[in-house]
Design a protein around this ligand. Sequence first.
Ligand code: ACO
Length: 325
Amino acid sequence: MAVNRSVIRGVGAYLPKRIMTNDDFSRIVDTTDEWITERTGIKQRHIAADDELTSDLGIAAARQALVRSGIDPVDIDLVICATATPDRTFPATAVRIQAGLGITKGAAFDIQAVCSGFIYAMTTADNFLKTGLFKRAIVVGAETFSRILDWSDRGTCVLFGDGAGAVVLEAQPQHGTREDRGILSALIRSDGRYEDLLYVDGGPGSTKTTGFLRMNGREVFRHAIQKISGVIEETLVMTGYTPDEIDLYVPHQANQRILDGIAKRLGVDPKKIMTTLAKHGNTSAASIPLALNQAFEERRLSEGDLVLMEAMGGGFTWGAVLARW
Ligand code: ACO
Protein backbone atom coordinates (compact mmCIF):
# COMPACT_ATOMS: atom_id res chain seq x y z
CA MET A 1 0.00 0.00 0.00
CA ALA A 2 1.46 3.40 -1.00
CA VAL A 3 2.23 5.66 1.96
CA ASN A 4 4.07 8.93 2.51
CA ARG A 5 7.38 8.57 4.31
CA SER A 6 9.51 11.43 5.68
CA VAL A 7 12.80 11.03 3.84
CA ILE A 8 15.92 12.78 5.17
CA ARG A 9 17.19 14.88 2.26
CA GLY A 10 19.94 16.85 4.00
CA VAL A 11 21.72 17.35 7.30
CA GLY A 12 23.73 20.30 8.60
CA ALA A 13 25.26 21.65 11.79
CA TYR A 14 26.85 24.66 13.39
CA LEU A 15 29.16 24.98 16.39
CA PRO A 16 30.20 28.31 17.94
CA LYS A 17 33.90 29.10 17.54
CA ARG A 18 34.82 29.37 21.22
CA ILE A 19 35.94 26.08 22.81
CA MET A 20 36.15 25.45 26.55
CA THR A 21 38.30 22.51 27.63
CA ASN A 22 38.09 20.57 30.89
CA ASP A 23 41.26 22.35 31.98
CA ASP A 24 39.47 25.68 31.49
CA PHE A 25 36.83 24.43 33.97
CA SER A 26 39.45 23.42 36.50
CA ARG A 27 40.29 27.12 36.75
CA ILE A 28 36.72 28.14 37.68
CA VAL A 29 35.37 25.21 39.76
CA ASP A 30 36.92 22.46 41.88
CA THR A 31 37.29 19.84 39.13
CA THR A 32 39.89 18.13 36.96
CA ASP A 33 40.19 16.93 33.38
CA GLU A 34 40.59 13.38 34.77
CA TRP A 35 37.32 13.53 36.75
CA ILE A 36 35.26 14.89 33.85
CA THR A 37 36.81 12.54 31.27
CA GLU A 38 36.42 9.44 33.43
CA ARG A 39 32.84 10.16 34.56
CA THR A 40 31.45 11.54 31.29
CA GLY A 41 33.79 11.12 28.29
CA ILE A 42 33.65 14.89 27.69
CA LYS A 43 36.92 16.71 26.86
CA GLN A 44 35.66 20.03 25.50
CA ARG A 45 32.48 21.90 24.51
CA HIS A 46 31.64 24.92 22.33
CA ILE A 47 30.27 28.10 23.91
CA ALA A 48 28.22 30.68 21.98
CA ALA A 49 29.52 34.24 21.77
CA ASP A 50 27.55 36.87 23.69
CA ASP A 51 25.93 38.13 20.50
CA GLU A 52 25.11 34.64 19.17
CA LEU A 53 21.54 33.52 19.83
CA THR A 54 19.97 30.08 19.59
CA SER A 55 18.25 31.18 16.36
CA ASP A 56 21.61 32.23 14.85
CA LEU A 57 23.00 28.75 15.53
CA GLY A 58 19.83 27.17 14.14
CA ILE A 59 19.84 29.28 10.98
CA ALA A 60 23.46 28.37 10.23
CA ALA A 61 22.75 24.64 10.68
CA ALA A 62 19.54 24.81 8.63
CA ARG A 63 21.29 26.65 5.78
CA GLN A 64 23.86 23.88 5.49
CA ALA A 65 21.16 21.19 5.58
CA LEU A 66 19.19 23.03 2.87
CA VAL A 67 22.22 23.36 0.58
CA ARG A 68 22.97 19.65 0.95
CA SER A 69 19.33 18.73 0.29
CA GLY A 70 19.23 20.71 -2.96
CA ILE A 71 15.82 22.05 -1.86
CA ASP A 72 15.01 25.73 -2.25
CA PRO A 73 13.98 27.39 1.06
CA VAL A 74 10.79 28.68 -0.62
CA ASP A 75 9.68 25.05 -0.98
CA ILE A 76 9.84 24.44 2.79
CA ASP A 77 6.43 24.64 4.44
CA LEU A 78 7.21 23.54 7.99
CA VAL A 79 9.95 24.68 10.40
CA ILE A 80 10.21 23.05 13.81
CA CYS A 81 12.87 24.06 16.31
CA ALA A 82 13.57 21.89 19.33
CA THR A 83 15.07 24.04 22.05
CA ALA A 84 15.01 24.61 25.80
CA THR A 85 16.96 27.86 25.39
CA PRO A 86 14.78 30.03 23.11
CA ASP A 87 15.97 33.53 22.16
CA ARG A 88 12.91 35.00 23.83
CA THR A 89 10.01 33.70 25.91
CA PHE A 90 8.02 34.35 22.76
CA PRO A 91 7.80 34.30 19.77
CA ALA A 92 9.08 30.81 19.04
CA THR A 93 12.72 30.56 17.96
CA ALA A 94 11.40 28.61 14.95
CA VAL A 95 9.71 31.70 13.47
CA ARG A 96 13.00 33.60 13.74
CA ILE A 97 14.73 30.71 11.96
CA GLN A 98 11.93 30.69 9.37
CA ALA A 99 12.40 34.42 8.73
CA GLY A 100 16.20 34.08 8.69
CA LEU A 101 15.91 31.47 5.94
CA GLY A 102 13.52 33.66 3.92
CA ILE A 103 10.57 31.26 4.30
CA THR A 104 7.17 32.98 4.41
CA LYS A 105 4.68 30.15 3.94
CA GLY A 106 3.50 27.23 6.03
CA ALA A 107 4.07 27.08 9.79
CA ALA A 108 6.88 27.35 12.30
CA PHE A 109 6.86 26.45 15.98
CA ASP A 110 9.09 25.28 18.82
CA ILE A 111 9.10 21.97 20.64
CA GLN A 112 10.19 21.90 24.27
CA ALA A 113 11.25 18.44 25.41
CA VAL A 114 14.79 19.40 26.52
CA CYS A 115 17.31 16.70 25.51
CA SER A 116 14.57 14.64 23.79
CA GLY A 117 13.51 17.70 21.79
CA PHE A 118 14.94 16.56 18.48
CA ILE A 119 13.18 13.18 18.73
CA TYR A 120 9.91 14.96 19.61
CA ALA A 121 10.39 17.41 16.71
CA MET A 122 11.17 14.64 14.20
CA THR A 123 8.12 12.69 15.36
CA THR A 124 5.91 15.77 15.02
CA ALA A 125 7.24 16.65 11.55
CA ASP A 126 6.86 13.02 10.47
CA ASN A 127 3.19 13.01 11.41
CA PHE A 128 2.52 16.21 9.44
CA LEU A 129 4.37 14.90 6.38
CA LYS A 130 2.77 11.45 6.49
CA THR A 131 -0.72 12.95 6.54
CA GLY A 132 0.12 15.25 3.61
CA LEU A 133 -0.58 18.46 5.53
CA PHE A 134 2.94 19.69 4.78
CA LYS A 135 5.41 18.53 2.11
CA ARG A 136 8.88 19.58 3.24
CA ALA A 137 10.13 20.34 6.73
CA ILE A 138 13.24 21.63 8.40
CA VAL A 139 13.74 20.14 11.84
CA VAL A 140 16.30 22.04 13.92
CA GLY A 141 17.80 21.23 17.32
CA ALA A 142 19.51 24.37 18.65
CA GLU A 143 20.70 25.26 22.13
CA THR A 144 22.67 27.84 24.07
CA PHE A 145 22.73 25.86 27.31
CA SER A 146 25.69 27.92 28.54
CA ARG A 147 23.09 30.63 29.34
CA ILE A 148 21.16 28.48 31.86
CA LEU A 149 24.13 26.91 33.66
CA ASP A 150 25.08 27.70 37.22
CA TRP A 151 28.79 28.26 36.60
CA SER A 152 29.56 27.63 40.25
CA ASP A 153 27.96 24.13 40.28
CA ARG A 154 30.68 21.68 39.23
CA GLY A 155 28.12 18.85 39.08
CA THR A 156 26.33 20.39 36.09
CA CYS A 157 28.32 23.18 34.42
CA VAL A 158 30.98 20.82 33.04
CA LEU A 159 28.44 18.66 31.21
CA PHE A 160 26.83 20.95 28.65
CA GLY A 161 27.71 22.89 25.51
CA ASP A 162 26.14 25.00 22.76
CA GLY A 163 25.44 24.11 19.13
CA ALA A 164 22.82 23.34 16.50
CA GLY A 165 21.99 20.69 13.95
CA ALA A 166 19.25 20.40 11.36
CA VAL A 167 17.71 17.99 8.89
CA VAL A 168 15.52 18.59 5.85
CA LEU A 169 12.66 16.11 5.54
CA GLU A 170 10.55 15.55 2.42
CA ALA A 171 7.35 13.53 2.10
CA GLN A 172 7.91 10.89 -0.58
CA PRO A 173 5.58 8.10 -1.70
CA GLN A 174 6.89 4.70 -0.60
CA HIS A 175 5.52 1.15 -0.50
CA GLY A 176 4.49 0.97 3.15
CA THR A 177 7.01 -1.76 4.00
CA ARG A 178 9.93 -1.76 6.39
CA GLU A 179 12.30 -1.63 3.39
CA ASP A 180 11.05 1.92 2.60
CA ARG A 181 13.33 4.94 2.80
CA GLY A 182 12.55 7.57 5.42
CA ILE A 183 11.19 7.42 8.95
CA LEU A 184 9.93 3.90 9.70
CA SER A 185 9.02 4.39 13.34
CA ALA A 186 8.87 7.33 15.75
CA LEU A 187 8.01 6.92 19.43
CA ILE A 188 7.79 9.59 22.12
CA ARG A 189 7.13 9.09 25.82
CA SER A 190 7.05 11.18 29.00
CA ASP A 191 6.49 10.83 32.75
CA GLY A 192 6.11 14.11 34.64
CA ARG A 193 6.56 12.48 38.03
CA TYR A 194 10.31 12.86 37.57
CA GLU A 195 10.37 16.61 36.96
CA ASP A 196 12.38 17.32 40.11
CA LEU A 197 15.34 15.19 39.02
CA LEU A 198 16.25 17.55 36.17
CA TYR A 199 14.81 21.04 35.75
CA VAL A 200 15.51 24.75 35.53
CA ASP A 201 14.60 26.64 38.71
CA GLY A 202 13.05 29.65 37.00
CA GLY A 203 10.59 30.66 34.31
CA PRO A 204 8.40 33.55 33.17
CA GLY A 205 5.31 32.11 34.82
CA SER A 206 6.89 31.30 38.19
CA THR A 207 9.95 33.37 39.13
CA LYS A 208 9.84 35.80 36.17
CA THR A 209 13.51 34.88 35.69
CA THR A 210 15.28 32.40 33.44
CA GLY A 211 16.70 30.27 36.24
CA PHE A 212 19.50 27.70 36.30
CA LEU A 213 19.71 24.02 35.51
CA ARG A 214 19.44 21.68 38.52
CA MET A 215 19.99 17.95 38.40
CA ASN A 216 20.22 14.79 40.46
CA GLY A 217 22.87 13.19 38.23
CA ARG A 218 22.78 9.72 39.76
CA GLU A 219 19.03 9.33 39.37
CA VAL A 220 19.04 10.76 35.85
CA PHE A 221 21.76 8.27 34.95
CA ARG A 222 19.75 5.32 36.26
CA HIS A 223 16.53 6.34 34.48
CA ALA A 224 18.36 7.13 31.22
CA ILE A 225 19.69 3.58 30.83
CA GLN A 226 16.32 2.03 31.69
CA LYS A 227 14.11 4.29 29.63
CA ILE A 228 16.29 4.53 26.53
CA SER A 229 16.88 0.78 26.42
CA GLY A 230 13.13 0.29 26.74
CA VAL A 231 12.19 2.57 23.87
CA ILE A 232 14.87 1.06 21.60
CA GLU A 233 13.52 -2.42 22.35
CA GLU A 234 9.98 -1.20 21.61
CA THR A 235 11.15 0.24 18.27
CA LEU A 236 12.87 -3.02 17.32
CA VAL A 237 9.82 -5.13 18.24
CA MET A 238 7.51 -2.81 16.24
CA THR A 239 9.66 -2.93 13.11
CA GLY A 240 10.91 -6.51 13.47
CA TYR A 241 14.61 -5.63 13.34
CA THR A 242 17.32 -7.01 15.63
CA PRO A 243 19.96 -4.73 17.25
CA ASP A 244 22.53 -6.17 14.77
CA GLU A 245 20.50 -5.07 11.74
CA ILE A 246 20.78 -1.38 12.70
CA ASP A 247 23.67 0.14 10.73
CA LEU A 248 24.24 3.17 12.94
CA TYR A 249 23.02 4.27 16.35
CA VAL A 250 22.91 8.06 16.74
CA PRO A 251 22.10 8.63 20.41
CA HIS A 252 21.63 11.81 22.37
CA GLN A 253 25.08 12.56 23.78
CA ALA A 254 24.73 12.91 27.56
CA ASN A 255 27.42 10.70 29.04
CA GLN A 256 29.73 8.02 27.63
CA ARG A 257 28.83 5.73 30.52
CA ILE A 258 25.12 5.98 29.61
CA LEU A 259 25.96 5.05 26.00
CA ASP A 260 28.14 2.13 27.17
CA GLY A 261 25.43 0.94 29.58
CA ILE A 262 22.76 0.89 26.86
CA ALA A 263 25.10 -0.84 24.39
CA LYS A 264 25.89 -3.54 26.95
CA ARG A 265 22.26 -4.06 27.90
CA LEU A 266 21.09 -4.42 24.29
CA GLY A 267 24.20 -6.20 22.97
CA VAL A 268 25.04 -3.44 20.49
CA ASP A 269 28.52 -3.33 18.94
CA PRO A 270 30.05 -0.08 20.33
CA LYS A 271 31.59 0.59 16.88
CA LYS A 272 28.05 1.16 15.58
CA ILE A 273 27.41 4.00 18.03
CA MET A 274 28.07 7.54 16.84
CA THR A 275 29.83 9.43 19.62
CA THR A 276 30.58 13.16 19.67
CA LEU A 277 30.62 13.66 23.45
CA ALA A 278 34.36 14.27 23.72
CA LYS A 279 34.20 17.29 21.42
CA HIS A 280 30.69 18.69 21.98
CA GLY A 281 29.62 17.72 25.53
CA ASN A 282 25.86 17.50 25.99
CA THR A 283 24.17 19.97 23.63
CA SER A 284 20.64 18.89 24.59
CA ALA A 285 18.26 19.03 21.58
CA ALA A 286 21.18 19.75 19.24
CA SER A 287 23.21 16.65 20.06
CA ILE A 288 21.50 14.12 17.76
CA PRO A 289 21.54 16.26 14.58
CA LEU A 290 25.13 17.30 15.40
CA ALA A 291 26.10 13.62 15.65
CA LEU A 292 24.11 12.79 12.51
CA ASN A 293 25.96 15.56 10.70
CA GLN A 294 29.30 14.19 11.85
CA ALA A 295 28.32 10.70 10.70
CA PHE A 296 27.39 12.15 7.30
CA GLU A 297 30.68 14.06 7.03
CA GLU A 298 32.68 10.98 8.04
CA ARG A 299 30.81 9.00 5.35
CA ARG A 300 29.41 6.60 7.90
CA LEU A 301 25.96 6.79 6.28
CA SER A 302 25.04 5.31 2.89
CA GLU A 303 21.68 5.26 1.16
CA GLY A 304 19.64 2.37 2.51
CA ASP A 305 21.32 2.31 5.95
CA LEU A 306 19.12 1.92 9.03
CA VAL A 307 19.73 4.70 11.55
CA LEU A 308 18.36 4.61 15.08
CA MET A 309 18.21 7.89 17.02
CA GLU A 310 17.24 8.03 20.70
CA ALA A 311 17.17 10.40 23.66
CA MET A 312 16.02 11.04 27.20
CA GLY A 313 15.73 14.43 28.86
CA GLY A 314 14.08 16.56 31.52
CA GLY A 315 10.45 15.81 32.24
CA PHE A 316 11.30 12.99 31.93
CA THR A 317 10.78 12.80 28.21
CA TRP A 318 12.28 10.13 25.97
CA GLY A 319 11.85 8.54 22.57
CA ALA A 320 13.39 6.94 19.50
CA VAL A 321 13.22 7.41 15.73
CA LEU A 322 14.20 4.68 13.26
CA ALA A 323 14.87 5.87 9.71
CA ARG A 324 16.30 4.41 6.53
CA TRP A 325 18.86 6.85 5.09
N1 ACO B 1 34.50 17.45 39.39
C1 ACO B 1 34.90 16.82 40.51
N2 ACO B 1 34.03 16.27 41.38
C2 ACO B 1 32.71 16.37 41.10
C3 ACO B 1 32.24 17.03 39.96
C4 ACO B 1 33.19 17.60 39.10
N3 ACO B 1 32.83 18.24 37.96
N4 ACO B 1 30.89 16.96 39.94
C5 ACO B 1 30.53 16.30 41.06
N5 ACO B 1 31.64 15.95 41.75
C6 ACO B 1 31.72 15.24 43.01
C7 ACO B 1 30.48 15.35 43.84
O1 ACO B 1 30.45 16.56 44.55
C8 ACO B 1 30.59 14.15 44.73
O2 ACO B 1 31.48 14.46 45.75
P1 ACO B 1 31.23 13.91 47.25
O3 ACO B 1 31.28 12.42 47.14
O4 ACO B 1 32.37 14.52 48.02
O5 ACO B 1 29.88 14.45 47.63
C9 ACO B 1 31.27 13.10 43.84
O6 ACO B 1 31.86 13.85 42.76
C10 ACO B 1 30.31 12.08 43.29
O7 ACO B 1 29.18 12.76 42.78
P2 ACO B 1 28.07 12.03 41.98
O8 ACO B 1 27.05 13.01 41.50
O9 ACO B 1 27.56 10.86 42.78
O10 ACO B 1 28.93 11.48 40.75
P3 ACO B 1 28.52 10.51 39.59
O11 ACO B 1 29.46 9.40 39.51
O12 ACO B 1 27.06 10.17 39.63
O13 ACO B 1 28.77 11.41 38.31
C11 ACO B 1 27.50 12.71 36.74
C12 ACO B 1 28.07 12.62 38.15
C13 ACO B 1 28.65 12.74 35.75
C14 ACO B 1 26.68 13.98 36.63
C15 ACO B 1 26.63 11.46 36.48
O14 ACO B 1 25.72 11.26 37.53
C16 ACO B 1 25.86 11.59 35.21
O15 ACO B 1 26.41 11.72 34.14
N6 ACO B 1 24.52 11.51 35.27
C17 ACO B 1 23.71 11.63 34.11
C18 ACO B 1 23.28 13.04 34.04
C19 ACO B 1 23.21 13.56 32.65
O16 ACO B 1 23.83 13.10 31.72
N7 ACO B 1 22.43 14.61 32.52
C20 ACO B 1 22.31 15.30 31.30
C21 ACO B 1 20.91 15.71 31.05
S1 ACO B 1 19.83 14.34 30.94
C22 ACO B 1 20.27 13.53 29.64
O17 ACO B 1 20.76 14.14 28.72
C23 ACO B 1 20.04 12.06 29.60
